[in-house]
Write a protein that binds this ligand. Structure first.
Ligand code: UDP
Length: 366
């Protein structure tokens, strides 16, 4: 049996690894093992995804708790090295752009084990984003680079990555979305909130640049005031955002706004159900930009740049380049009044990306 070790660490990783793990099961001479670094470890940000995405328990749980990027990177590397020495896999698969992605890619290469990167080549060109540094360095370390959109191939070529290492496979996050949509159901939550499909907006917000300082959070509160003056707003609050709101004593100010429904982060099935029935999404998430493009739901993204340009060029995504209610307003009104941007589903976002990834990985190890 050839071992392929897949790394998960944070919320956006689970929906990318799950379909690849499933697709690898069809190869009887390959064994896919999952290692969880523990970067996100609580029920709402981790365990619920294993259950809902039908993933097996991770073989190793490294138990690395949040800390500074540097501390976390160092701790993950030390623990992951032990796993690599013990398991000696043929290759390691890392996904996305979180701290665990780079830490495990670097450890693997140091141990002489080649790395495959899923969701490679995305670039925001904003090096102040920690994720951008993770993406750039992980791609330089990887032997197999799986891309979700054509722009990503061009980015990698421009960075002198040899073309034969790059595989345009489409988007395996959309595989999970397609698999799980029939199981998703916003009904119970909508009922408990007394909201109706198509008659609410949904928000996620957690990028450090938006939520880490008081000014950013005050702007978020202004945005919430604008949105709720016209339509109810559902806001599952990321733990980072909640911590920062508490830290600046702004939590009560936010949650007191009429028409706002704050809650803990939702499970995947609940969230995609809520997304599918929403009038619009307001977000700074990476993955949500893609999922809304697939679902054809208008998405307003509070970022100066996006590493996922296809969601703007082809999809329903619009960038709002400053965290400002004033900048948001015309786009928000357009959507409310039925003039929102339409879109189409990008190439290769067809529910079969993980099979294409698994085929390349199988060939690589056998
Ligand atoms: N998501 C979820 N529950 C929520 C908010 C988001 O399951 O309350 C899912 C969402 O559908 C997407 C992923 O989490 O699949 C995105 O993760 P996140 O926004 O944390 O990370 P990013 O994509 O920005 O790196």
């Amino acid at each position: 049996m050839k071992k392929i070790l897949q790394v998960v660490g944070a919320r956006p990783n689970f929906m990318k690894v799950a379909p690849v793990h499933t697709a690898l099961q069809q190869y009887t001479n390959v064994r896919s093992l999952i290692v969880h670094t523990g970067q996100h470890a609580d029920y709402a940000m981790s365990e619920v995804f294993f259950r809902q995405l039908n993933m097996p328990e991770p073989l190793y749980f490294l138990g690395i708790r949040s800390g500074t990027h540097t501390g976390m990177t160092a701790s993950i590397m030390l623990e992951f090295e032990r796993v690599l020495i013990r398991e000696n896999p043929r290759l390691v698969v890392v996904v996305g752009d979180v701290t665990s992605t780079l830490a495990c890619a670097l450890t693997s290469v140091r141990c002489g084990i080649p790395v495959a990167h899923v969701e490679s080549g995305l670039r925001s060109r904003d090096r102040e984003m920690p994720e951008e540094i993770n993406r750039l360095l992980t791609d330089q370390l990887s032997e197999w680079l799986f891309t979700t959109e054509r722009d990503a191939n061009e980015n990698l070529i421009a960075e002198n990555i040899p073309a034969d290492k790059i595989h345009f496979v489409g988007n395996c996050m959309i595989d999970s979305l397609q698999n799980c949509l029939p199981l998703s159901d916003a009904g119970p939550l909508l009922q408990s909130l007394e909201l109706h499909p198509g008659a609410y907006a949904l928000m996620t917000m957690h990028r450090p640049s938006n939520v880490d300082d008081r000014e950013g959070l005050e702007r978020v509160i202004e945005i919430v005031r604008l949105v709720t003056s016209r339509i109810p707003l559902v806001f599952p609050v990321h733990p980072r955002t909640r911590d920062r709101l508490m830290h600046f004593s702004l939590w009560n100010q936010l949650t007191g706004i009429e028409g706002l429904y704050c809650m803990d982060p939702l499970g995947y099935l609940e969230f995609i159900g809520m997304m599918r029935s929403a009038r619009m999404l307001l977000t700074d998430s990476g993955g949500v930009q893609e999922e809304t493009t697939y679902l054809g739901i208008p998405c307003l993204t509070f970022r100066r740049t996006t590493e996922r340009p296809v969601t703007v060029e082809r999809g329903t995504n619009v960038l709002i380049d400053s965290l400002s209610a004033q900048q948001l307003e015309p786009h928000f009104i357009d959507i409310l009044e039925g003039r929102g941007k339409g879109g189409e589903i990008p190439e290769g976002w067809d529910g079969h990306a993980a099979e294409r990834i698994a085929a390349v990985l199988h060939q690589a190890v056998c």
